[in-house]
Design a protein around this ligand. Sequence first.
Ligand SMILES: *Cc1c(COP(=O)(O)O)cnc(C)c1O
Length: 398
Amino acid sequence: MQKKIIRFEPPERLKQLPPYLFAEIDRKKRELIAKGRDVIDLGVGDPDLPTPDFIVEALSEAAKDPKNHRYALDTGMPVFRESIADFFQKRFRARLDPAEEILPLIGSKEGIAHLPLAILNSGDVALIPDPGYPPYRSGTLFAGGVPYFMPLLESNDFLPDLGAIPSDILKKAKLIYMNYPNNPTSAVASKAFFEDVIDFAYEHQLLVAQDAAYCEVGYEGYEAPSILEIEGAKEIAVEFHSLSKTFNMTGWRVGFAAGNTEALALLAKVKSNVDSGIFQAIQWAAKKALDEGERAHQALLKIYQKRRDTLVQGFRNIGWNFAPPPATFYCWIPVPPGYTSAELALQFLEQMSIVVTPGNGFGPHGEGYFRISLTISETRLEEAVGRIAKSHTHPHKK
Ligand SMILES: *Cc1c(COP(=O)(O)O)cnc(C)c1O
């Protein structure tokens, strides 16, 4: 029989995704590395330091136990859920029922991206920050939902202006994503703002999905609030947490959601049809990190804070001023006049062999900014500032 080749055209849901904006930079970066250039990558949002030893050892021990080799419970080990509940109690004074108000995840991205499948009917609107983490949009599109983008403007401290969302949009909205401390802007939200969000959600009958991936990355003693500290929040909100950034565990794939029981049960139902739980050895190690990780966490914060101060001071010394981020490991820096974000990123790469992330890659309102990640050594940050000082691309040389 004649075997006719099938052409796999992307289905509509994939065609709706925006083009990958960093493709050009990735290509150029590889090209320069191949040419032997010493490229400094300030683009990646992935901790450079290893997972603390005591966590790796907990994994290694648990991996030897055959009880952990079988399918895990879809909704996570009860002992892990109890550790998570203790974390909320200790850190935020928020009381959560480990059985019903907590759901372990295969990394928080997994839950963030699956949530719309659990909450939206096709045509329902999800309110999404712009600039923002891409899965809010892609998860919504995969579920047949309609994204409505809320601009995060510097003039409003990179908080969405809830009053500016049109009422016809609000009538169709079921879900609102929040992300504080924020990637990419590094902005933080106060408890008062979260109170407004919760009031707004009750008024318009929305589920709030607050992405707290950077909740534990704050400087000079800053400790971000949880939205679940707000009275009435757990009846209308879920919050996503991650061990990735707190304990250098991005590759491990473990996080958790907490809050509204029904929303979590619906999310668990979606998940039980697509995954079969988190490797139990990883859950034991994650429990160890939550129970005993405070010292390692504090040591990591010191390192990021030193890097942050080195970078901010280095830029200041060459006449380029921006406010130090209060949280996250990102600096969100305005692009000097005369460049678009993409032009600036390309110039940094071509002239200085430095990778930065152009803000427009996070959404149209990211235009006019670029992001530098502190997941690289102080020496390399200093080297980067040195290269910028010698170049023509800074605001007082144009
Ligand atoms: C890194 C990150 C996450 C998720 O990380 P996981 O490794 O999937 O837990 C979620 N939200 C934002 C904004 C992030 O930057």
